[in-house]
Design a protein. Sequence first.
Length: 256
Amino acid sequence: MVGRSLGLRWRMMLIIVVLPLLVLMPVFVFLGARYRESYREARLSKGEMITRQIDQAVSSVEPYISSIHDIPGLESYLRESIAGQPEIAFAALVLDNGFIVYHSLPELGETYDEALARFPEGEETPRRDIQPYGDVYLILRSFPQPGHDDRSMYAVVGERVDMVEPQWFGWLPVALGALIALLLVSAMQFFSQWLILTPLQKLSEGAALIGAGDFTHKITFKSADEMGSLAHSFNEMGERLQTMVSTLEGQVDERT
């Protein structure tokens, strides 16, 4: 009963657009999640590269120094390593108790930050609120503290969460589905109007004229498809009706 209340155009839209979208939406969600993960990994890989380079710089001279302060230019390297990369908030060298040895923001050097202390084992990219940057992912790389082999220190890079995982990622599958739906609706509107609705309207108008008594009316169709066959059947029906009416009129004239 519900199907009969819908027009042909809307029933076609239901079949061609809505049902395929319902089937494809889980695919859009899956592809969106894969793209979001790839984007996140690409962003975080920049921080991983910086921490790896810091580790290599320290490890290469560690046998020849007694303190991390003996490495020249390390503080300036932290600033230069994140220059021109807006998604990276900061880079720092931190002891395991939260003491910041060097920081890309010089005024934060030689200070304590509880948020940068006591990193759990195996937690590679913890998410923490670091002032003054806000919510960041921390990319960590630990290595022995020069002059204190029994203690560890960390190369830490903070990447802004809102740039590693933009909010628009959540709308990506919906936007993709809406775009495909718009394209399908536009294409269906054009082709249904051209191939189905206009021929049906022409047939309907012709049938109405024949039903009103104009049996001489001809429905012209150039196509040889089902629509053309239906139009030909209507024309033949009109001719037979015209013949029947003419015969009946002749019989009436003979009797009168």
